[in-house]
Design a protein around this ligand. Structure first.
Ligand SMILES: Nc1ncnc2c1ncn2[C@@H]1O[C@H](COP(=O)(O)OP(=O)(O)OP(=O)(O)O)[C@@H](O)[C@H]1O
Length: 262
């Protein structure tokens, strides 16, 4: 049992931005959410996180509606890293990562040692040990992104929701991050734009277009030239990598004027 959606719909500003999505990950799986700009990936992540309530359908955690679970209980299970996470106060990296421990603090403060260990482990996994004392506003975009990921890891969730977490990261940290999340014993739903990263690291993919699911399944089944043309209107060549047995996608640039005419 894990975080699931059943036929979930969200009407935003008079438009259906999420339209009948069912997501049923296996515990520990990494699910990639793909789709063009505006297809509903962030909206689905907001619904899964409990930040907003669906117009119809259900979001459940262990078969209980998220609406019936306290915020604190949900926060112990689910960690989210959104696209535009920012902070207004100038605090240190270590303090931000420690915010991930708040859901675990009981009335009597919880275990300080567990907090210290979780923060230190999260800093190490994200390569931020050397930055623990730095102020947030002095960090680069990629370092800030890693701090938010470290905060989510310090939360020690069962469910991890990541909205384009590789934004701002250089290629080494993109690979490190995705490797890390596939190795964590948590169920992860991650919105990605890079189809090759999704192919390399995700166990399963859900592809959205105009709020609807247009394909779901393993990267090998989903990432076909036909699907890429349908969803992104881009011509692509897909081969299967000998070593990984996963799809590898090369995009074939078309004449932009021809595309606009079509
Ligand atoms: N505050 C809002 N009110 C109404 N509609 C909104 C609002 N914010 C976003 N939308 C619409 O919801 C739809 C889905 O947006 P969403 O951000 O979920 O897409 P996305 O797939 O995450 O896009 P991107 O890849 O650009 O991040 C879009 O059509 C967008 O215009």
């Amino acid at each position: 049992m894990t975080l699931q959606t059943r036929d979930v719909t969200w009407n935003r500003g008079g438009r259906l931005v999420v339209d009948g999505i069912t997501l049923d990950p296996r515990p520990g799986e990494t699910i990639g959410l793909l789709g063009p700009n505006g297809s509903g990936k962030s909206s689905l992540i907001r619904l899964l996180s409990g930040a907003v309530r669906p117009t119809a359908g259900l979001v459940t955690l262990d078969d209980t509606s998220l609406a019936a679970i306290s915020r604190r209980e949900a926060a112990r299970a689910i960690a989210t890293v959104t696209q535009h996470a920012d902070t207004v106060v100038d605090i240190t990296v270590c303090d931000i990562v420690a915010l991930g421990r708040i859901p675990h603090r009981g009335v009597f403060g919880g275990s300080r040692q567990a907090d210290t260990e979780a923060v230190s482990d999260a800093l190490e996994r994200t390569g931020l040990q050397g930055k623990a004392g730095e102020l947030w506003h002095r960090l680069s975009g990629g370092e800030r992104q890693r701090v938010h990921i470290a905060r989510a890891l310090a939360q020690q969730p069962r469910e991890l929701l990541l909205d384009e977490p590789t934004n701002h990261l250089d290629i080494r940290y993109q690979l490190d991050l995705l490797q890390l999340i596939t190795e964590l014993p948590v169920t992860t739903v991650v919105a990605l734009h890079d189809l090759n990263l999704a192919a390399m690291f995700c166990d399963a993919l859900l592809v959205l277009k105009d709020g609807r699911a247009v394909a779901a399944g393993s990267p090998n089944d989903v990432l076909t030239p036909e699907l890429i043309a349908l969803v992104y209107d881009v011509d692509a060549t897909v081969t299967i990598d000998d070593k990984t047995n996963r799809p590898r996608i090369v995009f074939n640039p078309s004449n932009r004027n021809d595309r606009l005419k079509a």
